[in-house]
Design a protein. Structure first.
Length: 276
């Protein structure tokens, strides 16, 4: 049985300034997005549509705003609305922690819709471009969760070789290192699948040779929803919420519309292409 190393959350002390590991993981996430998206715009469907590296820089700016604003507001509204309603100034205190992936997703969707409108591009074209570039950022975020010793897993059999005690939890229970599970599934595995599929001709062209947008976005919604739903069975539910209806966690219930949305979007993309 392992014990969490309890890393110092501050990576660098520079006089009065402190650089936190979590901030560095966000920086790494945005850097990886820029690297991957710059490669993706060189792929056939996007190069033919006139995408450039400058577009990626603008996309990143819109995406950063969407992630931070949406992630914070999502946490406030989905997880602790009552608390923040009576502590309004703390809504802006992002340094205290509290970000929601599902809120960040909604923020990014809004930001990409605005970008698409300003640039005169199809919304699904934009989301198909960015979808395979997102999971590596999610992996960085889960690594940050592990370093901080937060969002630990549910109790595990102590004989499990990788079972881990998280002293931050206030108990000596052996737990699943669910942050690593999410790092592997929502991050690395989802990235590999989406990058492979996003490069295949069938992702953007139907059998009749017509351009198709929306399939890669649909694969992201369904893939993330599925992997996160599974991971939640190993992740300790938030103490202030606990299990909800049908014994599911808030994270699982928020994944349900993602799963359904992925299926609906896939079907819509196929019909839209056939109708052209």
């Amino acid at each position: 049985m392992l014990v969490h190393p309890q890393f110092d959350p501050v990576a660098l002390h520079l006089g009065v300034f402190q650089i936190h590991w979590y901030g560095l993981t966000y920086l790494a996430a945005f850097g990886l997005f820029h690297l991957l998206a710059t490669r993706r715009v060189r792929q056939a469907p996007f190069a033919a549509a006139g995408w450039t590296a400058r577009d990626v820089e603008d996309l990143l700016f819109f995406g950063v705003l969407g992630v931070i604003l949406g992630g914070r507001l999502g946490y406030v509204l989905f997880y602790k609305p009552g608390y923040y309603l009576s502590h309004l100034p703390e809504v802006l205190a992002v340094w205290q922690g509290g970000m929601s992936f599902h809120g960040g997703l909604l923020g990014v969707i809004a930001a990409m819709a605005l970008f698409a409108r300003l640039r005169g591009r199809s919304f699904m074209e934009v989301t198909d471009l960015i979808a395979p570039c997102v999971p590596t950022g999610l992996a960085c975020g889960r690594l940050g969760n592990f370093i901080n010793g937060e969002l630990w897993g549910r109790a595990a059999d102590a004989s499990l070789p990788w079972a881990m005690v998280f002293p931050q939890s206030g108990s000596d229970l052996a737990r699943h290192p669910s942050q690593i599970y999410q790092f592997a599934m929502e991050g690395l595995l989802l990235f590999g699948l989406l990058w492979w599929y996003g490069r295949s001709p069938s992702a953007h062209v139907n059998p009749g040779g017509q351009r198709v947008w929306g399939r890669v976005s649909a694969a992201f919604l369904f893939g993330y929803g599925l992997f996160r739903f599974i991971a939640e069975y190993f992740r300790e539910p938030d103490s202030f919420l606990g299990p909800l209806a049908m014994g599911l966690s808030m994270g699982q219930w928020l994944c349900v519309p993602m799963l359904l949305g992925g299926v609906v979007l896939w079907a819509w993309a196929g019909r839209a292409a056939s109708a052209r």
